[in-house]
Ligand binder design. Structure first.
Ligand code: SF4
Length: 365
């Protein structure tokens, strides 16, 4: 999502006549597109922002902008404005389309700008500067309604908003027209709930079938899925399609029903495994990958072992394992029974070792 948003920012700048600079020192504009999914990401980006101070000193006309999830948090945005006086423009996650106006206005009146749109909307018409080879990212929705207790996304990206089917189809048609793109990757925080805000008959399955009908030799991928909205009928559609990828990323997060409940994931292990069984039955060559969070508050050794057991049972083809980290502004921040760092490290290492073992065994078979 962030990579594609950076492509859009680059597209806006290109439309204004800017070209890519070789280095920060060469640039006339530097835009920091930030992530705040983890506090360490915020610390890192603040370090990078701090580093441009010396460039601004020798190049006072340099425009420095900060946008994205981190600056969407009002307190953080105010703090950025106060602590980093050489940052000219601060904007959020849903007003990127105003970047041109921000730059022109900053140049005209030299007044610093802080603009965080409180009403997130779907904006069309930005022409991204695509940088992902023959893969083209295409947003289908923005925001999220799920409120997993560890996640900041619904607070910084707002409630789920789906793009209209015709806007998505037109974008994909255009991408396919020059023959450069072989993969279309549909993006949303939860692609499976696409269309719920658009009215009857429009859902993710409908959209993906419409895209599949388009002429051309291309593959359709999508990110990210949510097990609670992953329907068996979608599995049937994938199984019978010649264009939809057989790589499915289905975040598990934990193998313990108790922890899933505490995470507010809205599915249990029985439901998760029933989808996996159905996928494996209908799509025998599926490449199934997942996300796991270890060390969520209250995760006992027994809960962790349940995660290990589910991983062994499913035999994932890839596991992205993360140690839970406290995120201010989320519900889980205040949960008691936080797991100590040593245990988190041990558990994440065990999951990574298990992933290696599963993949090795699969290769032998
Ligand atoms: S579904 Fe994903 S984006 Fe939405 S709250 Fe949960 S983890 Fe965050």
């Amino acid at each position: 999502m962030n990579i594609h948003e950076s492509e859009k920012i680059a597209g806006i700048l290109e439309d204004m006549g800017y070209t890519e600079a070789k280095s920060e020192e060469d640039a006339d504009i530097i835009v920091f597109n930030t992530c705040c999914i983890r506090e360490t990401a915020e610390q890192k980006i603040l370090g990078h922002i701090g580093n441009v101070k010396h460039i601004k000193k020798v190049k006072p006309n340099l425009i420095v902008a900060v946008c994205g999830c981190m600056s969407q948090q009002p307190a953080r945005a105010e703090n950025l404005k106060k602590s980093y006086p050489y940052v000219d423009i601060i904007f959020g996650t849903s007003n990127m389309h105003k970047l041109k106006d921000f730059i022109l206005s900053r140049k005209a009146v030299r007044k610093r700008i802080l603009d965080i749109d409180e009403v997130p909307q779907v904006v069309e018409g930005i022409n991204p500067h695509r940088t992902s080879g023959d893969n083209a990212w295409v947003n289908i929705s923005y925001g999220c309604n799920n409120f997993c207790t560890y996640c900041i996304v619904p607070y910084v990206r707002g409630r789920e908003r789906s793009r209209k089917v015709e806007d998505i189809i037109n974008e994909v048609k255009e991408l396919l027209s020059d023959g450069k793109y072989k993969t279309i990757t549909l993006l949303g925080q939860n692609v499976n709930s696409y269309g719920k805000d658009l009215g009857e008959g429009v859902n993710f399955e409908y959209l993906i079938k419409e895209i599949e009908k388009l002429d051309g030799d291309f593959e359709i991928k999508f990110l990210s899925s949510h097990p609670k909205d992953f329907t068996l009928s979608l599995v049937d559609t994938i199984a019978s399609s010649k264009k939809i990828s057989h790589e499915i990323h289905l975040p598990l997060q934990s193998g313990s029903d108790k922890i899933l409940k505490s995470m507010n994931r809205q599915y249990d292990i029985a439901k998760y495994l029933s989808i996996v069984d159905y996928i494996k039955d209908k799509i025998p060559n599926v490449r199934l990958t997942t996300d796991i969070i270890v060390g969520f508050p209250g995760e006992t050794e027994e809960d962790f072992q349940q995660t290990v057991e589910v991983c062994k049972k499913v035999e994932f083809d890839g596991i992205f394992a993360f140690m839970y980290s406290k995120r201010k502004g989320t519900k889980a921040y205040d949960f008691e029974d936080q797991v100590d760092e040593k245990t988190k490290h041990e558990r994440v290492n065990k999951i990574l070792a298990l992933e290696k073992e599963i993949i090795k065994n699969k290769q032998i078979v």
